[in-house]
Write a protein that binds this ligand. Structure first.
Ligand SMILES: C[S@@+](CC[C@H](N)C(=O)[O-])C[C@H]1O[C@@H](n2cnc3c(N)ncnc32)[C@H](O)[C@@H]1O
Length: 333
């Protein structure tokens, strides 16, 4: 059961969230420093740098160094007792630079208020890697996930297809928390598809993988996921052998490249023509208004209906509501 994000007066919880959100620029108030007793610092260590999942899937080393340094320096400045294991952990990260040579790092995203509901994603911090933008999680994915978690019932027992999944955050969260019958993640880049597969295995450790032509399925007692190479530039989406045709199609941050607007909209049109009941949801950060408006114009030209949905603020997953954004619902007319 997911809980909503609420104000958390507890400083340990706040610091845990900063850690998992990748923020190290926090400023502690004097009463918060006072509340960080030895046992609270112990609690914080156990929930962050010493936590089993973080030990297994380490976050960026440089981030851990900055986070621990910031915490320790604020405690020291206030003449507050510093847990000796905080110093030990700082030394550990300072002496360990092996992982920083790797372009991948792990991010642990807390879903809702329960700090144990964590999704771990292997990703890079780079916008483009080997010619793809798919190797990191983008802001629109947080917005789409948040909206999906607020509307979980729409996904119950449905086959959901994601276009341009990137590292797989959205599809993995929907599969974990929204109880779809099947969650299919797609992309066109081999490295991205390999990373999606790694991320499915990280988040569903007991899953069994089966490969059948270009469709890979992952099954355990409660979840059914699939990955597929689906390139919007291929004209053969109608020939893709889905086990179940999608009821819902989703996409986060897939409207960004003017040269992809026609191929993307053609794929959407082909799916919506194959089944008039399919509903598509796209979350976008609008970086270039012209590109976004051109996409809407193409939808109009194809006779596809769309409406703008509203998600005003973060509920389950934090995202930046100061950016220009849009959540679209698309249907056939
Ligand atoms: C900006 S990223 C968004 C990734 C992910 N949805 C997210 O929000 O974190 C765009 C994604 O679209 C994929 N993509 C780009 N061109 C594509 C194409 N022709 N066919 C399928 N996927 C494509 C990229 O590989 C990348 O994963």
């Amino acid at each position: 059961m997911l809980l909503l994000v609420r104000n958390e007066p507890d400083i340990v919880k706040k610091l845990i969230r900063y850690y998992y959100n990748g923020s190290h620029n926090f400023v502690l108030k004097s009463e918060e420093i006072c509340a960080l007793t030895w046992s609270k610092q112990q609690e914080l260590l156990e929930a962050t740098v010493q936590c089993t999942i973080v030990k297994k899937y380490p976050v960026n080393n440089e981030f851990s160094r900055l986070y621990l340094k910031r915490l320790i320096s604020q405690l020291e400045k206030a003449n507050h007792e510093v847990h000796d294991e905080l110093y030990v952990e700082l030394c550990n990260v300072m002496n360990n630079n092996t992982l920083d040579n790797n372009i991948f790092r792990y991010r642990h995203y807390i879903i809702g208020n329960d700090l144990s509901n964590v999704i771990t994603i292997k990703e890079t911090k780079n916008m483009v890697v080997n010619g793809t933008t798919g190797m990191r999680t983008w802001e629109a994915a947080f917005m789409l996930v948040d909206w999906a978690l607020c509307n979980q019932e729409l996904f119950h027992n449905k086959t959901v297809l994601e276009l341009g999944s990137g590292v797989g955050f959205t599809g993995i969260v929907i599969s974990k928390f929204c109880r779809p019958r099947e969650m299919i993640l797609s992309d066109c880049h081999d490295d991205v598809l390999k990373t999606i597969s790694d991320n499915i295995e990280i988040n569903f450790p007991d899953i069994t993988m089966n490969e059948n032509k270009n469709y890979v399925s992952y099954v355990n007692e409660k979840h059914y996921l699939g990955t597929i190479n689906l390139d919007w530039n291929d004209n053969n989406v109608k020939n893709i052998a889905f086990k179940n045709l999608p009821d819902i199609i989703i996409g986060a941050d897939i409207i960004y490249d003017p040269s992809l607007l026609i191929p993307l909209s053609t794929v959407i049109e082909a799916f919506l023509q194959s089944n008039k009941n399919i509903i598509m949801y796209i979350a976008s950060v609008i970086r270039n208004e012209e590109t976004f408006h051109n996409f809407l114009k193409i939808l109009d030209m194809k006779g596809l209906r769309y409406q703008k949905l509203h998600q005003e603020e973060s509920v389950y997953v934090e995202w930046n509501n100061n950016i220009q954004r849009c959540l679209l619902k698309i249907q056939s007319s």
